[in-house]
Design a protein around this ligand. Sequence first.
Ligand SMILES: Nc1ncnc2c1ncn2[C@@H]1O[C@H](COP(=O)(O)OP(=O)(O)OP(=O)(O)O)[C@@H](O)[C@H]1O
Length: 539
Amino acid sequence: MGDCIPRRLGNFYLEECIGSGYSGSIFKAYNIHTHSYVALKVQHLDHECPTNKYERGFYPVLQGCEGIPMLWASGVQDKWDYLAISLLGPSLDNLIKKSGKAVMDLRTVCSAAIQIITRLQSMHGREILHRDIQLGNCVIGRGPTEQTIYMIDFGFSKRYIDPHTRRHLPESKEKRDFIGNYWFTSVNVHCRGTVPTRRDDMEAVALMLIHMLTPNGLTWTRNGVPKTDELHERIKRAKKRSSPESLCRGMPSVFEEFLRYCRKLKFAECPDYDYWKEEFRELARQQGFASGIEEFVWPPPPLPVKPAHVTPRRVVAAPTANMENILHDLAKLQLNDRPILGDQTNIPAPPKPDKPEAKKPAQLGDVIEISSDDEDTSRATQPRAAPTRTSKAIELSRLQRALLDAKNNAAIADAVAEFTTLLQSSRSRALTIDGFAFLDKLYKQLANPSTDARVQPLRTSRTRSGSSLDGGSSGQAPSSKLNIVAGLRRDVGSAQDRKVLAKMVADFGAVTDKSSGRNITKDGFAFLEGVAERLRALT
Ligand SMILES: Nc1ncnc2c1ncn2[C@@H]1O[C@H](COP(=O)(O)OP(=O)(O)OP(=O)(O)O)[C@@H](O)[C@H]1O
């Protein structure tokens, strides 16, 4: 455009440029009246997409939400449109690039998850979609707010509730320009051209978190901004092809569950923000980051537990969550001001569990690998994105073993009853991979316990052969899925034998697999209780 930005705009003297993007440049600027600094977002009036004009409309609606910058002033001078907003710190993108790390630590990712989901909850609560979630638009504060992640850049934002009619944005098949960014915009919006709604903001968060935990980032982000349509198409293909399972391999299961959940949300459905925040808190707790996980601490504090140097033994069977808790308590234990696990000479032998659980055969998921002394300690201070199991997953593994060891109906009934109580008492009503694995084993025990044949997992896009839902479940309306579970609940009490119960379990698994969020309903819990009761009656 050839025009030079003046040294002064309104009451602000422009100092250094602190950022630039599609819509213009951002300067640190000095208010000549208040003697304070702001960030001045300056855009040429002839810009093809006048995002400052749009942003100016959204800021007032969002004022007062935690983690949303203040809009101090705005105006137009000569050919320049400017917004004066709170001066903040670096973006997550800047922090990650500067750190030089190929992958972020789990604490950082958990606290980013909790804060960013909270930001979306506030924005969506005020009926505004962000529509351009990316690391560059998540910026930490300065001074007293340096542990807060702010959401910035509302240039692509949109109201999803019409203020006059109070109606949600309509779905539309009309072809539209792509809104968002190449890296994290949801598959539906980016590759299928659907209208962005709350679910797509959430999916972008999920992809961003997975990106942070993927060494060198998601594959389609690695070649930079596409310069041709063909390269852009390639990105879309790669994004569309990647299943949650393949994207999240080696990560704690909550990331895969979160992405799946976002992708299953209906067009106008309100995401369960609180549930996912709690899941990430829980994951942080499991990792030993018990307190302060809501704060974004940068650089990340050292790990509470240093697995290296603990003992010359290479592999320790960790029978239950008890071991995690013991290690966690040890990590917090201080000698004067020195954490005990920070000193190799103070490490006691691994404590023996006080229950006879140590006798149980060690399972793959129950193993903590203790690295040898010669491992690179700089890496050891970073949590690994290795498979992590929550206590719920550990309990589910135990119940699966109990099922396989069950010698009679009463023992199977006990395992089913425990499984039901565990799911009821957990924050998550969703059937996880481990939950489905339990149902698989239950099916096997009921249908044909004597065979060693591998059963086809329930959690597939196809239903098990023999299930009465064969071939039709995916196309069923949610109401008919509810009806199926209600029918199972009703009929379970009259099941004549284990084979009939097995078929009912298969139907239950199939219908839950296809239902939104894989959540277990009240009828579902009653059905499971009914299975346990019926098994006792059949003894
Ligand atoms: N208030 C602020 N305080 C400090 N830095 C900021 C602030 N706002 C923006 N920045 C920096 O400027 C960068 C670009 O800002 P912003 O996303 O608002 O611009 P944009 O032109 O809309 O960018 P995009 O190309 O993402 O649309 C941010 O990533 C951040 O590093």
